[in-house]
Design a protein around this ligand. Structure first.
Ligand code: 3HC
Length: 330
């Protein structure tokens, strides 16, 4: 059924109801969609948006942590942080490549990031004033990323699902090194423990906002769930993250900045934590570009893009010359 009357992805596909039904049947049968498969334009558009913004998040996410590479307190911490930041860069390039399989160019995605028409995760618009912020980012931000990205390993789009497998393995190291950093601080002197508590206070709420708006306000979730791009809703993943993280905070003697946090054994099947109201005004303010660091992040990305123009031009010139030489030799 699927192959009948359907033409390749890279040519205009007439989106008859029969085509859409056949596509959905493929999704429901858990058959991965590959780059050259015919797909609805809206499916392609959603994936370009999600994967492109995910890639931007990885690259912009290098900035708050990169700020501490030269100031890490020991060589061991410096090595771990260097490795993590390099991993994030690799995740970004990996994901830009996955997005390019859908017919969008890296240049176009970068242009959309720099002109504000493409987003990146809100979480990277907060400053990192102390070393403990680096621990909180690893523990909470990468912990939230794992919660969000493990289900993406089962995304219906093949290249994205496959990219996530390696990304998630590396995120596990990121989360573990961050949590161990925080644990070490809580076992230090009073100042160090307070530094860890202050960082937790700064990063807890922005980390649970990372999962996106509530399900009632999420404009893309329903369709993304139908297409099995998403396997869980924003609120379901947020709840999983909170339920997993609260015991971790208790274990290292830190207090979560939410007085309404309370175990509710009647929540979901296995119980779960009730938590306080999320400040959605803060969330949307940051998403719309008015967070503490939004302008700094885009300025840094624009400088890197401009400073790297000569490298791109040289590489393209070399590729063109090699092509000419090869065609002359043929
Ligand atoms: N920051 C910025 N924008 C956000 C956001 C956030 N935390 N959460 C949602 N939004 C935006 C959406 O992009 C959408 O805007 P758009 O239409 O202009 O793209 C709008 O708010 C409505 O949100 P929806 O819930 O309807 O959007 P989605 O269905 O796309 O869900 C998402 C949002 C959960 C972030 C989803 O896109 C997703 O899972 N993306 C893939 C994973 C990802 O990008 N994670 C970001 C962090 S990457 C990271 O953590 C790196 C790690 O190394 C630390």
């Amino acid at each position: 059924m699927y192959s009948q009357g359907l033409i390749g992805a890279n040519t205009e596909t007439k989106e008859t109801q029969e085509f859409l039904d056949a596509f959905q049947a493929r999704i429901d049968a858990e058959i991965k969609i590959e780059p050259n498969d015919p797909m609805p334009a809206a499916y392609r558009k959603t994936l370009i948006r999600m994967i492109g913004q995910h890639a931007h998040s990885e690259i912009v996410g290098m900035l708050p942590e990169g700020n501490w590479i030269t100031r890490a307190p020991t060589l061991r911490r410096k090595v771990a942080l260097l490795a993590k930041v390099q991993d994030e860069g690799g995740h970004g390039l990996y994901l830009y490549s996955a997005a390019e399989t859908l017919g969008v160019s890296r240049e176009q995605m970068t242009e959309e990031l720099l002109n504000g028409s493409a987003k990146y995760s809100s979480i990277f618009n907060y400053p990192t004033p102390t070393w403990a912020d680096i621990g909180a980012i690893g523990w909470l931000v990468d912990g939230a990323a794992i919660m969000n990205q493990v289900p993406l390993c089962r995304c219906s789009y093949g290249p994205y699902a496959r990219a996530m497998i390696r990304v998630c393995k590396e995120e596990s190291f990121h989360q573990r090194q961050g949590y161990e950093l925080m644990k070490t601080l809580t076992e230090g002197n009073e100042d160090q423990k307070q530094m860890a508590q202050d960082a937790l206070n700064r990063w807890w709420w922005p980390s649970i906002m990372m999962f996106g708006p509530s399900d009632t306000d999420s404009q893309h979730s329903d369709q993304s769930m139908k297409w099995k791009i998403k396997r869980f809703t924003n609120d379901e993943l947020r709840q999983k993250f909170i339920d997993a993280t609260v015991p971790q905070a208790k274990l290292i003697g830190l207090t979560l900045p939410d007085p309404d946090l309370k175990w509710n054994e009647n929540k979901n099947e296995d119980g779960g934590y009730d938590f306080g109201e999320i400040n959605w005004d803060e969330f949307w303010k940051v998403v719309k570009g008015h967070g503490m660091m939004n302008k700094d992040r885009i300025r840094a990305r624009k400088k890197a893009w401009d400073d790297g123009a000569w490298v791109r031009d040289a590489a393209l010139a070399y590729a063109k010359k090699s092509e000419q030489q090869n065609s002359e030799a043929a």
